[in-house]
Structures are given as C-alpha cells and as structure tokens.
Ligand binder design. Sequence first.
Ligand SMILES: Cc1cc2nc3c(=O)[nH]c(=O)nc-3n(C[C@H](O)[C@H](O)[C@H](O)COP(=O)(O)OP(=O)(O)OC[C@H]3O[C@@H](n4cnc5c(N)ncnc54)[C@H](O)[C@@H]3O)c2cc1C
Length: 349
Amino acid sequence: AGAACGGLEHKMGIHGNATCVMDYDKAKGWLVGTENKGMAAMFVMMNEARLGTGLQGLSIGTAAYQAAVEFAHDRLQGRSLTGPKSPELPADSIMVHPDVRRMLLEAKAFVEGGQAFTLWTALQADLQHSNDAAEAQKAHDYMGLITPVLKAYLTDKGFHVASLAMQVHGGSGYTEHFAASQYLRDARITMIYEGANGIQALDLVGRKLPANGGRAIMSWFADIDAFVSENGAEGPIKPFVDGLADAKKKLQEGTMWLMQNGMQNPDNAGAASTDYLHIFGLTALAYMWAQMAKAAQAQVDAGTSDPFYANKLMTGRYFVERILPDTGAHLVKMKTGAEVLMQMPAEAF
Ligand SMILES: Cc1cc2nc3c(=O)[nH]c(=O)nc-3n(C[C@H](O)[C@H](O)[C@H](O)COP(=O)(O)OP(=O)(O)OC[C@H]3O[C@@H](n4cnc5c(N)ncnc54)[C@H](O)[C@@H]3O)c2cc1C
C-alpha cells in the first residue's frame, strides 16, 4: 500500500523493457544504512549501473556493426572506382567503396577498442580485491576515475556506431525491414539514463580528477608513460606507441588547463568537461589499441597463420590514423573556455 504504478511510458526504444511512473502516496520508507549517508550508499549501486550502461551502449553498437557488415557483403550497388570487382554480377558489393569501408572500420575500431577498455576496467574491478594493498588502492582509484569515462564515452560511441551501421544500410536501414533502426533507437537511451553524459563529464572534472589530490589521474599518466618508454623503440608498433604518447600529452595539457581555469571560473570547467571526457576516452582507447597491437605483433613475428592478428593490427592502424587525431580538435575546443557559451542572453536562443 502507498506505492502504485501511475502509468506506462511510451518510449523511443528499449520496448522489451517496461518503464513506468511510480507514485508514492503516504508510502512507508525504511532507512538503509546510516542516516545522512544515503548518497554514498546509493552510489555503490549507481557506479555499477553506470558501468553496465557503458557496456550496454557498446554492445548495441557491436550488434549494429555486425548487422552492417552482413548487409554490406550482400548489397550490390555501383562499381569499384578502380574497375569492376565482380564483373559477372550486375554490380559490385558496396564493400568495394572506400567510404563504406570508412564507416565499417570506424565502427570496428570503436567496438574492438571499447571491448578491450571494458575488459581492462573489469580487471581493475578484480584488482581492487588484491592482497597487495598498493595494487588494490590503485585499482580502486581507477574505478572511480574511469567509471564516468566508460559510461559516457562508450555510450556516445555506441550510438555513433549504431548510426554508422544505419548509414551503411542506406534507405533499407531507415525501414523496419532490418534491425538497424531498432539498434539506433535502443542505443540512444544509454547516453541519457544512469546520469546523462553531460553529468558524467561534470563528475569526471569536478569530483574524480581532484579526488585524493589527483592520485588516480597521476597513476594513469605514470602507467601510460611506463608503457611508452618500454615499447617506444623503432619497430612495427611504434606508430601505436607514438599515438598513445601524443594523446596522453594532450590529456595532460587539458588537465592542466582545467586546473588553471576551472578553479578561477567554474563555468570554464563545465564548458570544457565534455571535450575533456572525449580526450580521456580517446586516450583510453589508444592505450588499449597499443596493448592489442603489441600482443598481435608478437603473434605475427612468431609466424602465426591466423589472419586475426594482422586484421587486428589493420583495425588499430585505422584508429590511430583516422580517429585519434580528434584529440587535437577537442583540446583546441575545450581551451576556448566558457565565454562564447555564456555571453549569449538566454532569451536569444
Ligand atoms: C527508460 C528510462 C528508464 C529509467 N529508469 C530509471 C530508474 O529505474 N530509476 C530512476 O531513478 N530513474 C530512471 N530513469 C531516469 C533517468 O535516470 C533520468 O532521466 C536521467 O538520469 C536524466 O535525468 P533527467 O531526466 O532529470 O534530466 P535533467 O537532469 O533534467 O537533464 C536534462 C539535460 O540537462 C543537463 N543537465 C542537468 N543538470 C545539469 C547540470 N547541473 N550541469 C550541466 N548539465 C546539466 C543534462 O546533461 C541533460 O542533457 C529512467 C529514464 C528513462 C528514460
């Protein structure tokens, strides 16, 4: 008694999941945990839910990407710019077109990088329980720092990938004959619930960066520096290591800028937060790709006949060459600060 369903919501997507308004009228509440420690208790649940939502965004993007690959193999349209590849057929498959490959590789690079990032984070969740106190503390710090990045970055990119997957389908993707439109609708909520992505960005710059005197971000920089100095010598994975080093430098520059300008005017921190989170997400994926490239290159050097490893290196190369340069644009944007955003009178919008 006192709790009732006030009605079902009609939603854009996730139709397999019923969402309702709950009305609490003279309902009885029970204190869970200690008085005035409710927010802290709730965040135990929220942090896990945020990681789950990041995984949900990535997973929907993954399914959308797989559907787009299947479609691209089947769809015959146009001819290769360098001459017919299937002259016996009325047209070539759209797989021959560089722009279709751009969309598929963009999706693949995010999906595989995001999967590695999720697994790396899961490893930290385990290491929090290590018997080695220093290792446990570092992993615990990382979980705090990484949670908003994983949630917001993987859901922004999960939706982006679902949108690319629809684009690969052309007009068919916009109809209900294919799953592409459902993936796009379903992916969109992950950017909103469990704390909208703008709120994740504020959590990152306002709470997670300064926590414990910046201990977590310092460990992050130190771990990346150690990887770069161990693996940066001339060799086939040097482009991955150089890309990681450059992204880390930009993340560090963005962090310094926030320290200098965010304190002095908090609107600067708010204005920069989403671009900063994206530099962070890109750096995290660069770190994952550098580690995957190292492992894949070792297999190639050992003479593997499994094409998986060479394909992994090619996907990573796309990430480094055509996605990672976005760090530069995000850094330039975040450094412009709050002025252009805040000077516009509210009634002028
Ligand atoms: C399908 C579905 C299921 C849900 N399930 C649950 C559930 O089970 N339990 C539950 O408690 N809730 C649930 N929610 C609610 C959900 O968590 C919230 O809708 C979500 O966190 C966003 O909050 P809001 O709607 O109040 O948006 P608002 O807080 O009004 O935000 C609107 C916009 O303003 C921005 N914004 C708001 N405040 C700030 C700020 N201080 N600084 C900068 N930007 C800001 C946000 O980023 C966003 O872009 C659900 C929602 C949906 C759609």
